[in-house]
Design a protein around this ligand. Structure first.
Ligand code: UD1
Ligand code: UDP
Length: 363
């Protein structure tokens, strides 16, 4: 069975690593990796290949950045040529980025079945580009792998059949489990002279938060107040850095002495910083899951989440940009009354093994 596995942006790399590792154990499966090039900076792409031992991509589409239409169209054009040449039996896509949508649409129109890893998640917020990507990808995917039961329920409601859906768990957590030894040796917090459980880790990049002056200014007002309570470590996503500069907020941000801004960090350092943090404040999908697995309190600066299990079972709370609520929750973390969580079902480091077993049965 020939599988074209597609990865394009930072959160895809932690998800593809365990899948390729597992598939390569089985001679009946011949996976090839396609990197769309949606993310391309060393700190947004190459570093994860090195750390997570992802093989060099077999095919690189080098699309780079653009508007949604430009980027999606360019991926589709370039991926179409690849599918016609490679004639895969399956195209495997991950998550909810533009690369996911572009490659699933392209493959489906060439009558190549699509398998979607991390299917069925729904924020019910169609102003979020990822929600459109999820809805379209799941509508055309033949096989759907879910990370939590809400995904199964959403897919059944949308008319997918029981036998297309496999609850296989969370491949993001597979990478976390795989990297435990290196994560536990990360010196990033120590290098910043921060002791264990003394600081907050932050990453933010959702367009609804960072692409307009009002919300981005409000976020920095909130972070200003938080960094008076505990240091905030903030590896900045390139979109967010660009918007800080565009809106002329650079000086204001630089004045916050307890806000430690830095370039994006590698996976071992990021999860290391998270594991030793007192809490997280974020709008990242992956970080909501990682904090739940690690038992670290997480305040999510969004009005909704497509990952409800992180709230129902895990350590996550939706706080939007509600300043009084955020302070209440930060104080709960600091005085030890914040809720404790559990690890969701099948977030056990073996999701890629279960996904691979499904393909072996399909072969
Ligand atoms: C994308 C995904 C989002 C995911 C995020 C993970 C879509 C619609 N969005 O958002 O779901 O959560 O990745 O990080 O697919 N840039 C660089 N260097 C890079 C990559 C991007 O400087 O290596 C800058 C460019 O200015 C670019 C901007 O970041 O225009 C946004 O990149 P893009 O991939 O379009 O969206 P993200 O915000 O990264
Ligand atoms: N991450 C990282 N370095 C950083 C920020 C994040 O390695 O500086 C990792 C982290 O493990 C996170 C993953 O990248 O779970 C994906 O994060 P991102 O927020 O980019 O995407 P999302 O999950 O929101 O789609």
């Amino acid at each position: 069975m020939k599988l074209l596995c597609v990865a394009g942006a930072r959160p895809n790399f932690m998800k593809i690593a365990p899948i390729l590792r597992e598939m390569k154990k089985h001679p009946s499966l011949q996976p090839k990796l396609v990197h769309t090039g949606q993310h391309y900076d060393n700190k947004m792409s190459d570093i994860f290949f090195k750390e997570l031992q992802i093989p060099e991509p077999d095919i690189h589409l080098n699309v780079g950045s653009g508007t949604h239409a430009e980027q999606t169209a360019e991926i589709m054009k370039r991926f179409e040529t690849v599918v016609l040449q490679e004639k895969p039996d399956w195209v495997v896509v991950l998550g909810d980025i533009n690369s996911t949508l572009a490659c699933s649409v392209t493959a489906s129109k060439l009558h190549v079945p699509v398998a979607h890893v991390e299917a069925g998640l729904r924020s019910s917020d169609r102003s979020m580009p990822e929600e459109i990507n999820r809805l379209v990808t799941d509508a055309i995917a033949e096989v759907l792998f879910t990370t939590e039961k809400s995904g199964n329920e959403n897919l059944l409601k949308e008319g997918k059949s029981e036998k297309q859906i496999y609850f296989t768990g969370n491949v993001m957590i597979d990478s976390l489990v795989f990297a435990q030894p290196q994560i536990s040796q990360s010196q990033t917090a120590a290098n910043l002279k921060l002791s264990e459980k003394s600081y907050c880790i932050t990453t933010l990049h959702r367009p609804s938060n960072v692409d307009n002056l009002k919300s981005l200014s409000k976020i920095f007002e909130i972070l200003h107040a938080i960094q008076l309570k505990l240091p905030v470590v903030f590896p900045i996503h390139p979109r967010t850095r660009k918007m800080i500069e565009t809106f002329g907020l650079t000086d204001k941000v630089a004045k916050m002495k307890n806000l430690k801004l830095m370039d994006p960090v590698g996976y071992f350092d990021f999860v290391g910083l998270t594991a030793y943090a007192k809490m997280a404040i974020t709008d990242s999908g992956g970080l909501q899951e990682e904090t739940t697995y690690l038992g670290i309190p997480c305040l999510t600066m969004r009005e909704n989440t497509e990952r409800p299990i992180t709230i129902e079972v895990g350590t996550n709370t939706l706080v939007g940009l509600d300043e009084p609520l955020i302070h209440k929750k930060v104080d709960e973390v600091l005085n030890g009354t914040y809720k404790k969580g559990n690890i969701p079902e099948l977030w056990d480091g073996r999701a890629a093994e279960r996904i691979t077993n499904v393909f072996i049965k399909l072969a």
